[in-house]
Design a protein around this ligand. Structure first.
Ligand SMILES: [Zn+2]
Length: 440
């Protein structure tokens, strides 16, 4: 098949290859990633108002400008810094209607007590061994600790300088989506359906962008996020997730008259926590085992607040964990009748899998077909976490997730092997193609 025939058939990306000689996809992805990584967009939890940090506005506004240059229309930004944009369909006359597809990425990077400033650099043609992130501070990514590096011999690999995360989560996805648009712009002969993009803030602190989005501006049949790890990974199973607050009000008294009077809320909290299972914590669970994570205790002599996260892939298991906490509350009340105690639950997101039905699972089938046509081995994983799709799917828009190609999210050892990152972008383009061609 020559290039023209490939275009006519709408098959511009085949097994492992990007077919256009006028564009070096990896270089385009790299250049965009560095531009986005230079903007500080670390989100902060516990801040009232969305977005939680001003840098997210800066990135959002840059993206709006670029979206316009790349041919998108109806580009809008909400009061909560959610950017939405629309690419009208480009189909041969008389073409049957095709599904409307959305993509969403998050603007923020995680705050894991490292520098908010990201200084990435690229290691060309990695030949094995430790990667030096920072010669001055002697920071390395060790091959022994990260043997996954060895799958990327001969590739260019982007890393941070070891004082911060890299922020491939989720800027690799933003670069991916913008690069796909650039391909469509450079090649007007490639047909595509209607496409919507959304970029939201504060995913890392509770999917707040997806929650704040006006879904009238994202009128899609289904959507994708590109927000997890290694080459080929597909996720449409995530946790059900919620946060819980236990509030305890004790009784204060001077030590002269404290016997049988004083109720120390810290000790009440300790009694409550001791009723929880030590086996059902993040450090003792894996795969599809759920947990209750006590994430913080704040106290003075009168008041104590215990913060917890609950996670479970199964909805029943998730609800059962709430029952366990309610039962622990009742036990603790019996022991400390003078303490005033209450529990508040708030659901954060749900398992995408619970939104999958026979009549909407085509977007998942498309994902497997895309990987197959690109010669990428698919690996389905149940994510021990959530994506924006875990919330979007609860709005009736099924939103599975596929790999960015990067590794070690939320760590200074995060790295982006560019062959895998390119394959993620090819997957995006292939999904756009399959929306037109149909899924077999
Ligand atoms: Zn992410």
């Amino acid at each position: 098949m020559n290039e023209q025939e490939r275009m006519r058939n709408g098959r511009a990306y085949e097994k492992d290859a990007f077919m256009f000689e006028d564009m070096d996809l990896k270089e385009v992805l790299t250049e965009k990633f560095f531009r986005y990584a230079a903007i500080e967009t670390q989100s902060k939890s516990g801040v009232s108002g969305v977005p939680s940090t001003p840098g997210q506005w800066t990135l959002a506004k840059l993206l709006m400008k670029e979206l316009e240059e790349l041919g998108m229309v109806d580009i809008e930004i909400s009061e909560h810094c959610v950017v939405t944009a629309h690419l009208p369909a480009r189909l041969p006359e008389g073409h049957a209607p095709v599904p409307v597809v959305g993509w969403m990425a998050h603007l923020d990077t995680v705050d894991v007590a490292m520098s908010p400033e990201v200084h990435p650099h690229i290691v060309r043609n990695y030949q094995g061994g430790d990667i030096c992130q920072n010669a001055e501070k002697q920071i390395y990514i060790s091959e022994a600790e990260h043997p996954e590096l060895l799958q990327h011999i001969g590739e260019d690999i982007i890393v941070s300088d070891g004082t911060s995360v890299l922020g491939a989560d989720n800027k690799a996805a933003i670069a991916n989506m913008m690069t796909a648009l650039e391909v469509l712009k450079a090649h007007p002969e490639i047909p595509h359906g209607e496409i919507y993009y959304a970029f939201g803030p504060d995913e890392e602190v509770g999917l707040l962008g997806a929650k704040a989005m006006d879904y009238a501006k994202f009128p899609v049949d289904f959507a994708y996020t590109i927000d997890c790890c290694a080459l080929g990974e597909v996720v449409y199973e995530t946790f059900n997730a919620g946060s819980v607050k236990l509030e305890i009000r004790g009784v204060t008294a001077h030590p002269m008259s404290s016997k049988n009077n004083l109720v120390n809320p810290v000790m009440v909290a300790v009694d409550f926590i001791n009723l929880l299972s030590r086996a059902e914590t993040p450090e003792h669970t894996e795969k599809k085992e759920g947990y209750i994570w006590v994430t913080g205790i704040q106290s003075d002599v009168l008041n104590c607040t215990v913060s917890m996260n609950i996670r479970d892939h199964s909805k029943a298991g998730y609800e059962h964990k709430k029952e366990i906490l309610r039962a622990a509350l009742e036990m603790t009340k019996l022991k400390h009748p003078k303490a005033n105690m209450s529990l508040t639950f708030s659901d954060t997101y749900a398992n995408i899998y619970d939104a999958v039905r026979e009549d909407n699972r085509k977007c998942i089938d498309a994902l497997y077909q895309a990987l197959d046509e690109l010669g990428i081995a698919a690996k389905t994983i149940a994510m021990r976490g959530g994506t924006d799709g875990s919330f979007i799917s609860t709005k009736g828009i099924l939103t599975p997730n596929y790999f960015t190609g990067a590794h070690n999210f939320h760590s200074r050892c995060e790295f982006m092997p560019m062959d895998a990152v390119e394959k993620s972008c090819l997957t995006t383009l292939k999904l756009m193609e399959l929306a037109v061609r149909g899924v077999e």
